[in-house]
Design a protein around this ligand. Structure first.
Ligand SMILES: [Zn+2]
Length: 404
């Protein structure tokens, strides 16, 4: 039996006036997704418990079949896993954005998409200024860096699950005065952020950026901290060997944590210009080697963040034509299979933000009865009797040999 999970990130949406009250998924021409609904069933799942941030990190953990209430420890450790960083039992990973704050307003959470090399030089200077400390800056790509607290039995970290931070992308154009870290160890984090604000503005990198009319990096913004979660491997839990196709570090990290191989597809960008057809072809190839293949496509989420409804529809149609269609055809040829199409969370184009709440899924294949649905969208899925209020219960059901 082969299994495929296709995740059009942030696909779920609300009725849009400009579409005559249809959702982008309703408005899109997606015959391959509709075929799955017609041959099988649709339903809904809620992948983000209310007390967690709405976003890919929690929602995809649910989609993979892991209860975030038990397993989610923070966003940074997932990204650390994506980069192959080993964290010990006393270590904490912390996201470290290079940002632009002016007059206490978060002007840009990317500091004008500062280059990787510039970020690296700034972090090297911070590291040098800190002296012998348990802190280790780990430069990433552009503004997305990590800070690791290297703890030990005798020198445990000051943090706990009650340490609260704010994601800088949620603060755009807002005052940051009340949004510095809170809870255990918050003084350490705030102090580091303060030191960055003293050290960075006159740094040669920033002098040069200002001269070029670019936004300076005024602060390091620390957030999303956590210890490495201990996730039982997917193969142990479900007896299925998986592989992941994605262009996004969070999904790479989650895949690494559950023991899936990552397949890097040339031309996959994580944006609207991604090579959809290449992702589809590589997924079909991967089916020869793996029991389960997961294909994640970030484009619908990016279109939503930019409020571009036409681009969102285009992304959904490209996913349908180049990924869902060819994979479903290939599955039919090779024998027994189940295929599941579902976004992780809603990202309405009207709000441009990730949201909590229901997402629609479509599923068909071995042992899945024909429900008689007309197509795949939020409204059809809302009428179905398949409603998973605990989103993480869908995956075990998908993988079970029992009938739907
Ligand atoms: Zn997402």
């Amino acid at each position: 039996m082969k299994y495929v999970l296709i995740i059009p990130d942030g696909c779920a949406d609300l009725p849009v006036d400009a579409l005559g009250g249809k959702t982008p998924l309703q408005a899109a021409h997606v015959p391959a997704m509709d075929a799955i609904a017609q041959e099988g069933m649709v339903g809904r799942s809620d992948n983000t418990p209310a007390h967690f941030p709405a976003g890919s990190e929690v929602a995809n953990m649910s989609l993979f079949g892991y209860d975030p209430n038990r397993y989610f420890t923070g966003r940074a450790p997932i990204e650390a896993a994506a980069r192959g960083l080993q964290l010990g039992p006393y270590d904490w990973a912390i996201r470290c954005n290079t940002v632009t704050i002016e007059n206490q307003i978060m002007v840009d959470f990317t500091a004008g998409h500062v280059s990787t090399e510039e970020s690296q030089r700034l972090l090297e200077s911070m590291q040098a200024a800190m002296g012998p400390q348990p802190w280790e800056f780990v430069p990433g790509v552009s503004y997305r860096n990590l800070l690791i607290y290297r703890g030990s039995a005798g020198n445990a970290s000051p943090f706990s699950s009650d340490t609260k931070t704010r994601a800088p992308h949620d603060l755009t154009d807002l005052s940051v005065v009340d949004d510095y870290p809170r809870g255990p160890g918050c003084d350490w984090l705030s102090d580091l952020m303060q030191r960055s604000a003293e050290l960075l503005p006159d740094h040669p990198v920033n002098v040069d950026r200002r001269a070029r009319g670019l936004r300076p990096v005024t602060h390091l913004w620390l957030w999303g901290l956590g210890k490495t979660p201990t996730l039982e491997s997917f193969a142990q839990r479900f007896g299925v060997r998986g592989a992941m196709i994605t262009a996004v570090d969070l999904l790479r990290g989650l895949a690494a944590l559950v023991g899936w191989d990552r397949i890097e597809v040339p031309g996959a960008t994580g944006y609207l210009d991604t090579d959809y057809a290449a992702k589809g072809r590589w997924a079909v190839d991967a089916l020869n080697q793996y029991d389960m293949v997961c294909v994640h496509i970030e484009a619908p989420d990016e279109a939503s963040h930019e409020g571009r409804v036409a681009e969102k529809i285009k992304a959904l149609e490209s996913i349908d034509q180049h990924i869902v269609g060819p994979i479903h055809e290939a599955l039919k040829k090779q024998g027994e299979y189940r295929i599941l199409v579902t976004p992780d969370h809603p990202t309405p184009v009207s709000t441009k933000k990730h949201a909590h709440g229901w997402v629609p899924f479509a599923i068909c294949g071995q042992g899945i009865a024909k429900q008689g649905c007309v197509g795949y969208d939020e409204v059809q899925a809302g009428k179905s009797s398949l409603q998973f209020a605990n989103g993480w219960e869908l995956m075990p059901r998908f993988l079970s040999r029992s009938d739907f």
